[in-house]
Design a protein around this ligand. Structure first.
Ligand SMILES: [Zn+2]
Ligand SMILES: [Zn+2]
Length: 110
């Protein structure tokens, strides 16, 4: 969010971020840092909401329904030996731990 406001008199860019201290009031007076005239600043709030459907996905490994599936291509690292594309968090964690163990074994052998 930009806190720079152009002075309406001389077009000097004023940083007003420290001047707005009363959240219940979205207007305040500000003195231009260049020409020293006062002008009124109105704060515009643009809240951003985004909505998305709740999608329940079935874990391909254990069958648990999850709202936050761990899917191949989206989650890194995705353990290589997982044959499924979409699993729940629990399965992913288990697989991840398992992969780390496998790597350790390989390193120990070499
Ligand atoms: Zn000015
Ligand atoms: Zn699962």
């Amino acid at each position: 969010m930009s806190n720079l406001v152009d002075c309406p008199y001389c077009e000097y860019e004023n940083d007003v971020s420290d001047s707005h201290q009363d959240p219940s009031n979205n207007k305040f007076d500000f003195e231009c840092g260049s020409c020293e005239k006062e002008f009124e600043v109105e704060v515009e709030y643009n809240p951003n909401y985004s909505a998305s459907e709740i999608v329940w996905v079935k874990c391909q490994s254990c069958g648990t329904e999850t709202r936050e599936p761990y899917s191949k291509g989206r989650i890194h690292p995705f353990p290589k030996f997982i044959v499924h594309d979409c699993i729940c968090e629990k399965c992913w964690k288990e697989a991840y731990v398992k992969e780390l163990e496998l790597k350790r074994v390989v390193q120990d052998e070499s």
